[in-house]
Design a protein around this ligand. Structure first.
Ligand code: C2O
Ligand code: CU
Length: 465
């Protein structure tokens, strides 16, 4: 050992030397452990400069900290609950091992106030995902418990900027606080769900971001609202859609698109020197949601803006003869045709269920609880979910732990049938087949991601043995 090194370590004993041997290597290999703390927090949702809104946040940040890892990496999260209510984290769209899925009461007990839980799993599929509370989600997500989870591909699109935008609508009262009075309103639960009156991107109203001039950017849009179907419109440029729900999609030039709750869309955009505007048209008024401003102060983009090679899509299994069919007849809600349903093994009138249990929806005549098993399938089975939305409302059907292909009576427009998703927006009276390869063992939820609908009955479990 040379002298300078000895001097550097000063009077430390040899034991100290050993302790100082960097554990860095391991941490680097495994990406390191991240700490996520759920707790009360505040954020500037309004633009008034003084009104902070009281929320529930991850790491006191809105959205929660962006987790960005490379495909194949281990995600290691030490999660602490500093709320006064139990909670869990669900990794939406990620093919996690079942015990990591974060559904309290099904895949793990809820993390009690003051307690902690370690989520640890490897993510193999690159794409845009998100994480959110999955215990009383309808309340916890509405109060801000969500964040982006980005998995970069080893071979990914080359871009100058990679921008995540989580779009949310909040229902605020006149003081700019979460409208408590309407929280859990049965009217919302039986209609469209809780719709907000204040739109933000990454927690900011009229979100702005600057980019290099003449740059190529990737926009990752995530709808984190409880129930709003966003109708987004880009002006000042056209987006090239490259991904849906974290899966490669067929390439299509689009400037207007819908995004249901929990859905994601990735767009590549070649910007010049003029700003791009993102508006939402889902409410009576056209809302300016975000602005992307090229700024010469940041310099010029350097990525070559060549045309892209089409994505490789995984084609739908062609032989479905031996596929396992599971019927999902969705009923209920306002203006619905459900008169009776079974709840915890007993048959009740829907009026009784609404009044005493706050349940208004059912799959196959059964009000969703984690005891309602739609079916058991074997690992390796191809499964067709035969879904009929026999209600007067749209629903965002989400399957945990798997992606599915979609066959529908409705034209999928420019959406190629070989594109897989994890959340599918169904029109009233639409019939669709959601086809998936059951390759992930465990108990997986199928539910509507309009979180109030899930809370009031729209959910069931599929067991992959
Ligand atoms: Cu995004 Cu069951 O959840
Ligand atoms: Cu729904």
């Amino acid at each position: 050992m040379n002298i300078s090194r000895r001097n550097f370590l000063g009077g430390m004993a040899a034991v100290g030397l050993i302790d100082l041997t960097p554990k860095l290597n391991k941490a680097q290999v495994f990406g390191g452990q991240r700490r996520i703390v759920a707790g009360p927090g505040r954020s500037m949702l309004m633009n008034s400069g003084e009104k902070l809104t009281d929320l529930w946040l991850y790491n006191n940040s809105l959205p929660g900290p962006e987790i960005r890892i490379k495909e194949g990496e281990l995600l290691d999260v030490y999660f602490q609950n500093k709320l006064t209510t139990p909670t869990t984290i669900h990794w939406h769209g990620v093919k996690v091992p079942n015990a990591m899925d974060g559904v309290s009461g099904l895949t793990q007990p809820a993390v009690e106030p003051g307690e902690a839980f370690s989520y640890k799993f490897r993510i193999f599929e690159p794409g845009t995902y998100w994480y959110h509370a999955h215990t009383m989600g309808w309340e916890q997500v509405a109060r801000g418990l969500y964040g982006p989870l980005i998995v970069e591909g080893v071979k990914d699109f080359e871009t100058d900027h990679d921008i995540t935008m989580m779009v949310d609508d909040w229902r605020l009262d006149k003081d700019g606080q979460i409208d408590e009075a309407s929280m859990g309103s049965l009217h919302d639960w039986a209609h469209r769900g809780r719709l907000g009156n204040w739109l933000t991107i990454n927690g900011k109203s009229q979100f702005r971001t600057s980019v290099k001039i003449n740059s190529r950017i990737r926009l990752r849009l995530i709808n984190s609202s409880n129930a709003r179907i966003l109708k987004l419109k880009l002006t000042g440029g056209v987006g090239l859609r490259v991904s849906l729900d974290g899966n490669p999609s067929n390439l299509a030039s689009i400037s207007k698109f819908e995004l249901g709750p929990a859905q994601r869309i990735d767009l590549l955009l070649d910007v010049g020197t003029e700003p791009l505007f993102l508006h939402d048209l889902s409410s009576r008024e056209k809302i300016l949601a975000g602005i992307i401003e090229p700024s010469s102060h940041l310099g010029r983009g350097i990525v070559k803006r060549d045309p892209l090679i089409p994505n490789r899509l995984e084609s739908t299994p062609s032989n479905l003869k031996h596929a396992k069919r599971l019927k999902v007849h969705m009923q209920g809600g306002a203006r619905g045709n459900l008169s009776h349903a079974s709840f915890n093994g007993e048959n009740y009138s829907i009026r009784h269920l609404a009044r005493f249990e706050k349940k208004v929806w059912a799959f196959n005549g059964i009000v969703g609880t984690y005891e309602h098993e739609l079916g058991e399938v074997k690992r390796g089975d191809i499964v067709i979910l035969d879904v009929f939305n026999d209600t007067a409302w749209p629903h965002a059907m989400h399957l945990h732990g798997h992606d599915f292909w979609i066959r529908s009576s409705k034209q999928l427009n420019d959406h190629h049938v070989d594109v897989k998703r994890d959340t599918y927006l169904m029109d009233p009276k639409e019939k669709a087949e959601l086809i998936f390869l059951a390759d992930n063992p465990g108990q997986w939820l199928l539910h509507c991601h309009m979180l109030e609908h899930m809370a009031s009955g729209m959910g069931a479990v599929i067991s992959v043995l």
